[in-house]
Design a protein around this ligand. Structure first.
Ligand code: 4AD
Ligand code: MG
Length: 446
């Protein structure tokens, strides 16, 4: 009696008759021999149909299979080092019986080159392609590794709401919705709620989708992205950097350990990932500005130079982040940004309130910011002042101000963007391939 197996386990079945259920990835015809690649979502196996061994109807049926037709095949598993297209490599099935569930219509995505807009329009199908398949599998491992790390470090997963009454980060990038006749907003961050949860549980994290109606059309910006946000009582900025460094190192090692096959499909330079070990460099915003200005001075006149111009007090744009990140072959921390360009809740530096206890982690190879965080203001008066200056009305933030009244403590936290982390680890030029269905300024289909 044949057994339905997962292709990824095929190595356990050499010499046995098995059944595989899935889709036709490819077919080649060599006269009396036909090869079909069958994928089941977890792997791919070469299935060999040898004419003389099969009933003629079966052999003809194989010849009619088109890309993405759905099938159930049964046959004997063999080792074959030449079965290079199989995942895992080196196995094939000698076809005995074939059941066709559906002959697929003309599949729009063929081995020829397609433009990226066409592929994004067909994202619901594009996900089946090996490159996209590899990226999304690595994404899953990155998320899993981050959560594992947090759990092992004693952080408790506490979910934060997505429908919120006020801005969490800044007021300009809010998606407003109608909440039974009143405005509500899609969460840009879980942070403010994390702070309340941190006071209840000590060390917490949230993980979920966040929304930013940003008018940015860069290769780093999505309207909907996923973020993991840890928050801990009594955590200092320096301790947080050490924590981030360990977490990022762990995540990269997990990907290297579990995804050699996927990394090969996307042709990632492994040496770049193997180099990601603690410690990462730490430079102040002041030093970053100096380095940028030095680089600017050395550049010949032109667009690159114009884009890199920056003075102290300005926020980094993509070109600045890219330039700093390129100066290091590991991620680099940039800390103590000007308070004026950061969120209202960031703790000022003692004796130098124009800068704050904030830190961003910039990924190498020009990827730029992947995490952002800070120590939080814990003094009730100062926090009240900051909330006032936002001009939203303190009633809305009454609950947040409460946190500074009832046993306020120094604390810190950060957010790590999943898509930017996936883009960097996979070496992708754009975040649109890092998420199953990208939401961008000019795209919400499919
Ligand atoms: O630096 P951000 O805005 O930080 C916060 O939201 C804090 N409240 C987090 C915290 O302290 N709990 O965002 C954090 C990270 C960025 O470093 C980036 O990786 C990602 O979220 N991110 C985006 N990713 C894709 N598209 C966008 N539009 C993003 N905006 C931020
Ligand atoms: Mg940021």
């Amino acid at each position: 009696m044949a057994e339905a197996i997962s292709i990824r386990d095929i190595g356990n079945y050499v010499g046995q008759t098995v059944t595989v259920r899935g889709w036709i990835y490819d077919r080649t015809d060599r006269g009396k021999l036909q090869f079909i690649q069958v994928r089941d979502g977890g792997g791919v196996v070469q299935v060999v149909a040898y004419g003389p061994d099969l009933p003629p109807e079966t052999f003809e049926q194989v010849g009619r299979l088109r890309q993405e037709s759905s099938v159930i095949v049964t046959g004997v598993v063999k080792e074959n080092p030449k079965a290079k297209k199989s995942i895992p490599e080196g196995y094939e099935i000698g076809l005995q019986t074939l059941e066709v569930l559906q002959i697929a219509g003309d599949y729009p995505i063929t081995p020829k080159e397609h433009g990226v807009e066409f592929l994004m329009d067909n994202r619901h199908l594009w996900l089946r392609s090996s490159r996209q398949w590899a990226i999304i599998r690595i994404r899953a491992t990155i998320i899993h590794a981050m959560r594992n790390f947090m759990d092992d470090e004693g952080y408790l997963l506490v979910d934060t709401p997505i429908l919120t009454p006020t801005a969490g980060e800044n007021t300009t990038a809010l998606f407003e919705i109608d909440y039974h006749g009143e405005p509500a907003y899609l969460a840009q961050t879980g942070q403010l709620y994390n702070e309340a949860n941190m006071m209840a549980f000590g060390k917490v994290y949230c993980f979920g989708p966040t929304f930013r109606a940003e008018k940015s059309k860069t290769r780093r910006h999505l309207q909907e992205f996923w973020m993991m946000e840890p928050e801990a009582a009594f955590l200092s900025l320096e301790e947080m950097m050490a924590f981030e460094e360990r977490m990022v190192g762990y995540v990269v090692r997990q990907v290297l350990e579990k995804h050699q096959g996927e990394l090969a499909i996307i042709e990632r330079d492994l040496s770049k990932l193997e180099a990601i070990t603690a410690p990462f460099a730490r430079i102040s915003y002041d030093e970053a500005i100096e380095r940028l200005q030095k680089k600017w001075a050395e550049l010949p006149e032109g667009e690159e130079k114009d884009n890199l111009k920056i003075t102290w007090s300005e926020d980094f744009g993509s070109p600045h982040e890219t330039a700093i990140a390129e100066m290091f072959d590991k991620p680099v921390f940039v800390y103590h940004y000007p308070s004026a360009i950061k969120a209202f809740y960031m703790q000022p530096v003692d004796g130098r309130p124009e800068v704050c206890r904030s830190v961003d982690l910039l990924a190498p190879e020009g990827y730029g910011e992947i995490t952002g965080g800070s120590e939080r203001i814990w003094d009730p008066e100062l926090m009240e002042e900051r909330v006032e200056t936002m001009g939203i009305g303190r009633e809305a933030y009454a609950w947040y101000l409460d946190l500074r009244k009832f046993g306020s403590v120094p604390h810190a936290g950060f957010g790590i963007g999943i898509e930017r982390t996936v883009a960097w680890i996979c070496g992708l030029p754009h975040v649109r391939e890092t998420i199953p269905y990208a939401r961008m300024l000019s795209r919400k289909y499919p």
